[in-house]
Design a protein around this ligand. Structure first.
Ligand code: FES
Length: 213
């Protein structure tokens, strides 16, 4: 159920071929798995470990270190409210308190309908739109209480689906060309390709849309 699908396995093999060392593809593969399920399932972690020739504990250890990777189920929308200095001065703690009340959850929890997980975040690099939040890593701000409620309503209604993809999807456009490493293949390693197109990226990172002016 939580395993990588055929398409994801194929993409994983192409990603691995981009790196001289298989294990260097660990983070991209974690994002690939998270894009499929919204979080890193134990089955996907096993699949990644098998693909990279490392242990599931190593995958878990890396994934649990990074805020952008989730090793437990999250809602369809992960809402991260920044409370660092610029946002704090602009009312972020009041906004976060309002978000908890409006969604009926505390920070770290998911709404019963599975729509929203609320997080408190350190600086999101959106200080110019403080107080700001990210939804599935897309920026929104400056947000006041009414703006937050309107955002939640739009997310629930699905009217922002063009801007905010399901959690885990960093980039909806696969790169068609890119560098391919000329990696020496080891035993049982048939993934490397020599030259040509076919690389793909999972880049995108924070930014990518939302209401940022
Ligand atoms: S302090 Fe909130 S985005 Fe920088």
């Amino acid at each position: 159920m939580g395993h990588l699908g055929e398409e994801q396995l194929e993409r994983a093999r192409r990603l691995i071929a981009l790196y001289p060392e298989r294990r260097s593809a660990l983070i991209p593969l974690c994002h690939l798995a998270q894009a499929q399920h919204g979080w890193l399932t134990p089955e996907a972690i096993e699949d990644i470990a098998g693909l990279l020739g490392i242990t599931p504990a190593e995958v878990q250890g890396t994934a649990s270190f990074y805020d952008m990777l989730h090793t437990e189920p999250v809602g369809r929308h992960v809402v991260a409210v920044c409370t660092n200095i610029a946002c704090m001065l602009a009312g972020a703690y009041e906004l976060l308190e309002h978000a908890e009340a409006h969604l009926g959850v505390h920070v770290g929890q998911t709404t019963e309908d599975g729509e929203f997980t609320l997080e408190e975040s350190e600086c999101l690099a959106g200080c110019d739109i403080a107080p700001c939040a990210q939804v599935n890593h897309r920026f929104f701000g400056p947000l006041d209480e009414a703006g937050f409620d309107a955002l939640v309503a739009e997310l629930r209604a699905g009217t922002l689906s063009e801007v905010v993809p399901p959690h885990g999807v960093l980039c909806r456009v696969e790169r068609a060309v890119g560098l391919l490493a000329h990696r020496q293949e080891g035993p049982g390693d048939g993934a490397a390709e020599e030259g040509g197109a076919g690389g793909e990226g999972l880049g995108g990172g924070p930014g990518g849309g939302g209401a940022r002016p």
